[in-house]
Design a protein around this ligand. Structure first.
Ligand code: CP
Ligand code: NVA
Length: 310
């Protein structure tokens, strides 16, 4: 059966490790992989904007000897002129891999059902697996390990990036505190909490949702935040959301409460003065551009894995 990557827990912990090690190998010796996907085509479908994901996938595919097609489904909306199932069946006749960025998880799941080639989720409202896998590559490089760590997430708890970070920490047996406002619009969904609890039973992870930023920061190795204004959130909600999330802003005081060698992460795009201060994101503990750089290497490894090249 064809493998898709819709959320990070579609992979096992062992598969994530295998992909991360392959990414390190590719990063160290890109020449060796320059024909690894020769003659192959990646179709990239975008319903929402992107800078990093689009450019890193397109460049990555080209560096592996393949070809990438950018297709904006804003111009030709999914499920309008023809149903998603027909679209998935047709496009997977032409290409070797498909990657999609859509608003709704249902669209991603429906597409996957009828795609005869691997589908990679490049972001929906439920997950961002490529980001998280590449982030763990960055953590491995910076910390030298992927165990015995505490991650603290600040801000939007009802959020794709937060969900896959929770799943990944649960799979890797880490400690994680998600510091977010209470209420269903800002805290993780029950479905995600249930999945994380199941994964944690196996790994011994402790993933908590807390409402006190200082408590979350204590003893942390990794301080992570994401936009308060995810793609698609109407501009008129900005002021209200800013005031709701402000108690969870990552400041220098928050960084001081973490371990002295703690790293600061943000998947980007970032807003200085919102989810973190300029001093933090531009400060010595910030590794946000290392994260961005590793999207290229990590996603090459993801594509090779799904094409069963290792
Ligand atoms: N982090 C990330 O996915 O960035 P883009 O939205 O620019 O692709
Ligand atoms: N939570 C953010 C992630 C961007 C990469 C969003 O959905 O816009």
């Amino acid at each position: 059966m064809v493998r898709h990557l819709l959320k990070i827990s579609d992979l096992s912990k062992e598969e994530c490790e295998k992909i991360i090690y392959k990414a390190i190998e590719i990063k160290n010796n890109p020449e060796k992989f320059k024909a690894a996907l020769k003659g192959e085509t990646l179709l990239m479908l975008f319903e929402k904007p992107s800078l990093r994901t689009r450019i890193s996938f397109e460049t990555g595919m080209q560096q592996l000897g393949g070809h990438a097609i950018f297709y904006s489904i804003v111009d030709s909306p999914l499920g309008k002129k023809e149903n998603i199932h027909d679209t998935a069946k047709v496009v997977s006749l032409y290409v070797n891999l498909i990657a999609a960025r859509v608003y709704k998880r249902e669209d991603m799941q429906n597409f996957a059902k009828d795609s005869s080639v691997p589908l990679i989720n490049m972001l929906d409202d439920f997950a961002h697996p490529c980001q998280i896998l590449c982030d763990f590559l960055t953590i491995k490089e910076k910390k030298g390990r992927l165990d015995n760590l505490k991650m603290s997430f600040f801000g939007d708890g009802y959020n794709n990036v937060t969900y896959d970070l929770m799943r990944m920490c649960a799979m890797f047996g880490l400690r994680m505190d998600v510091a977010c406002p209470s209420g269903t619009d800002y805290s993780p969904e029950q479905e995600v909490l249930d999945e994380v609890a199941e994964l944690s039973k196996i790994s011994g992870a402790v993933v908590r949702v807390v409402h006190n930023a200082k408590e979350a920061a204590k003893d942390s190795d990794i301080i992570y935040t994401d936009s308060w204004m995810s793609y698609g959130i109407p501009k008129e909600q900005e002021e209200e959301r800013k005031s709701i999330f402000m108690p969870y802003q990552v400041t220098e005081d928050i960084m001081k409460l973490a371990k002295s060698g703690a790293i600061f992460m943000n998947c980007l795009p970032a807003m200085r003065g919102a989810e973190q201060t300029a001093e933090v994101i531009d400060g010595p503990q910030s590794i946000v551009f290392d994260q961005a750089r590793n999207r290229l290497h990590g996603q090459k490894a993801i594509m090779l894995f799904l094409r069963e090249k290792f």
